[in-house]
Write a protein that binds this ligand. Structure first.
Ligand code: ADP
Length: 329
């Protein structure tokens, strides 16, 4: 896209400089014209009052009501030119700022859309190809029990991956549409355990430690929403950590609020990315060189669901490495 190639800031600066110069030039012309009109009017007055018969001198002329009115008019025109100049420059600056911001946003959105298309294609292609291969092997070969089990587990892993993807896409679409939660008693421990089973099919070395006291396990919230929150946070913690690294999920009650914390010892998140990761389709780094799978929808969904419950989500650094996501509802 052309707008990507040309530096947006450079283009805006050139346009701004041109417009300021052009406008400045017109303002100077107008100012001069105003002075010229004043001088001509002054001359006319001098001729009118300073003729041979009337003999009025310059000091007397400047004391006349007509001359004072002329001065007033000239000053009024000067003030008008100045005020309009300032107003126009402010409008111009504001207009360019708005255009620049919108164009920048458009570039970011275009990049995110492209990233999303690349990642979703990959996310769909690989489990489908893998499922095909599993089915072909199952149908063509005579296999022993162990081999069948391995293939079935692989098939199950791919199907789970596709199911998670479809659920994320559907939920993201619903969230766009003024989604509101349907509160019901939700057992966080049960959700967490189901998520761990689910994750183990894809990441067999998953090492998740769940610390949810019975007293805090059941909360009033939207079940599908909370499942998405726990699933996405746990999946990210596992995905962005070296295989087998411990992940901790704990739930506490603090000042009447439920606090759900997911911490990992993985790659961590730079401070400069801590806000952007919650944007739709946003993924850190470049899609062409990325190793991990994903669509950039997970944290967007988590944030939307949490905010729909009037809660908040924060991310901080873990020590010595990794991230801590804290959800407060
Ligand atoms: P996805 O995981 O599908 O890429 P998310 O919206 O879940 O999308 O996350 C957005 C980005 O935030 C990820 O691409 C990743 O770079 C970063 N991220 C999320 N969770 C973690 C984590 N626990 N550790 C390090 N990076 C993370």
């Amino acid at each position: 896209m052309l707008i990507n190639k040309i530096s947006l800031r450079g283009l805006t600066t050139v346009v701004l400089v041109y417009m300021v110069f052009a406008f400045g030039w017109w303002a100077v012309q107008l100012w001069r014209e105003n002075d010229r009109v004043f001088k001509l009017s002054e001359e006319l007055l001098e001729r009118k009052y300073g003729g041979p018969n009337r003999g009025i001198n310059l000091t007397e002329l400047r004391a006349t009501a007509e001359y004072k009115e002329l001065i007033d008019r000239q000053e009024k025109h000067q003030r008008m030119i100045f005020a309009e100049g300032v107003f126009f420059t402010l409008c111009l600056g504001f207009g360019l700022y708005v255009i620049n911001r919108a164009a920048k946003r458009e570039v970011v959105l275009a990049r995110q859309r492209r990233n999303f298309l690349l990642s979703i294609t990959h996310e769909l292609k690989s489990p489908i190809a893998s499922l095909r291969l599993t089915m072909e092997t199952l149908s063509r070969r005579t296999l022993n029990r162990d081999q069948m089990e391995t293939l079935c587990n692989n098939g199950l892993r791919d199907a789970t991956r596709l199911q998670n993807l479809v659920e994320d896409l559907l939920l993201a679409a619903r969230l766009e549409d003024n989604w509101s939660p349907h509160p019901e008693p939700v057992d966080l421990l049960q959700i967490a355990q189901d998520c761990v089973i689910n994750l183990k099919t894809r990441f067999p070395k998953t090492n998740i430690n769940i610390d949810i006291p019975d007293a805090f396990s059941t909360i009033l919230a939207d079940k599908s929403g909370m499942t998405a929150v726990v699933q996405n946070l746990l999946e990210n913690a596992v995905k962005y950590s070296p295989s087998g690294t411990p992940v901790q999920l704990s739930v506490r009650q603090i000042q009447g609020k439920t606090q759900l914390v997911v911490s990992d010892e993985g790659v961590g998140i730079p401070n400069s990315e801590k806000l952007a990761i919650f944007d739709k389709f946003y993924r850190i780094g470049n899609e062409e060189t990325r190793q991990t799978t994903g669509t950039g929808l997970g944290l967007y969904i988590v944030k939307q669901v949490v905010e729909a419950h009037h809660g908040k989500i924060t991310v901080t650094d873990n020590r010595p490495a990794g991230s801590i996501f804290t959800v407060e509802i």
